[in-house]
Ligand binder design. Structure first.
Ligand SMILES: Cc1cc2nc3c(=O)[nH]c(=O)nc-3n(C[C@H](O)[C@H](O)[C@H](O)COP(=O)(O)OP(=O)(O)OC[C@H]3O[C@@H](n4cnc5c(N)ncnc54)[C@H](O)[C@@H]3O)c2cc1C
Length: 266
């Protein structure tokens, strides 16, 4: 019923999100936000967005950030769609020019938005890797191969994918149980995201290849083009919600206790 968008990434702040530069200045009754966001999915359809901006430029980069809820109808917001590999325009550039956000739209404490954003990101990792609407997973794989004669080699490959899909679903179940008991999904969500999106890519690539030369003739705009779309769209999955390299860093540092990765640029 209500569409939200996530205004986090900026042209100079993706994996290193805390180096964001959108500024929020104190005004009577609230804040004025100015700057640019990018890759904002569904911003053109969203009624509300959650946005992080710098409220204290003199503080260390993780400390001067605040988390705002943004009414996308506010004056001063300019949304410009960007075209993706699939030919669709899901994500956007969003320009903010002195957009007023009232005090009651601040989530958590002023300058403590980084902690809120980290929580959003780990929950996002759980939902992004669930498959379903975004990519091809186990149900789509079974639907494609259901009732078909498979040779020995195909049986082994499809069987391998089904087993992987079930293991990944179980990891998801574990994270859900953790969330239901009130715990933050934390770094385990990165394991699920890492394996889940790789699985989505493997399924899309395998089915795409299994169609043989007829795959080349798929009309991407028609229904018959659904596997072409899965195959192309799945490229984005190892980028959004934190890239594969970033997930590996989180797993290495927070789950395996390996030394911290050096800060970018150092
Ligand atoms: C389809 C799609 C939808 C998106 N939707 C949204 C959205 O709704 N809202 C939003 O805020 N953002 C969104 N994003 C942006 C996404 O979160 C960023 O693209 C992502 O975080 C990577 O940032 P970047 O593109 O700036 O790449 P960079 O951070 O510049 O990374 C470039 C490359 O360097 C690697 N790299 C970076 N840092 C390290 C490191 N420390 N160690 C090893 N390798 C590293 C990365 O893995 C990557 O391969 C979306 C992206 C896509 C593709």
């Amino acid at each position: 019923q209500m569409v939200w968008c996530q205004l986090f990434s900026e042209p100079g702040a993706g994996s290193d999100l805390a180096s964001l530069s959108m500024k929020a200045e104190r005004v009577e009754g609230g804040w004025k936000l100015t700057g640019q966001k990018i890759w904002t999915s569904v911003a053109q359809h969203a009624q509300w967005g959650f946005c992080i901006a710098r409220t204290d430029p003199s503080a260390p980069k993780h400390d001067g950030i605040t988390y705002f809820l943004l009414d996308m109808k506010s004056e001063g917001i300019d949304v410009r769609p960007l075209k993706e590999l699939t030919g669709e325009a899901i994500f956007n550039e969003v320009f903010l020019d002195e957009v007023f956000v009232p005090d009651d739209c601040v989530v958590g404490e002023v300058n403590k938005g980084w902690q809120v954003a980290r929580n959003t990101l780990s929950n996002e990792r759980v939902s992004l890797s669930r498959g379903g609407g975004l990519g091809a997973g186990l149900p789509e794989l079974l639907e494609f191969f259901g009732g078909r004669e498979l040779d020995e080699a195909a049986r082994v490959e499809v069987g391998k994918l089904v087993a992987q899909g079930q293991s990944i679903d179980l990891l998801g179940l574990r994270t859900t149980v953790k969330q239901l008991s009130g715990l933050n999904p934390g770094a385990e969500a990165s394991v699920r995201k890492l394996l889940g999106v790789q699985f989505n890519q493997d399924v899309a690539d395998y089915v795409w290849a299994a169609q043989g030369t007829s795959a080349v003739l798929e009309d991407m705009r028609g229904l018959s083009g659904k596997w072409a779309r899965y195959m192309l769209f799945s490229r984005a999955m190892t980028i959004y919600g934190g890239t594969t390299e970033v997930q590996l860093n989180i797993i290495a540092e927070r789950l395996l206790g390996l030394p911290r990765d050096p800060e970018p640029g150092k």
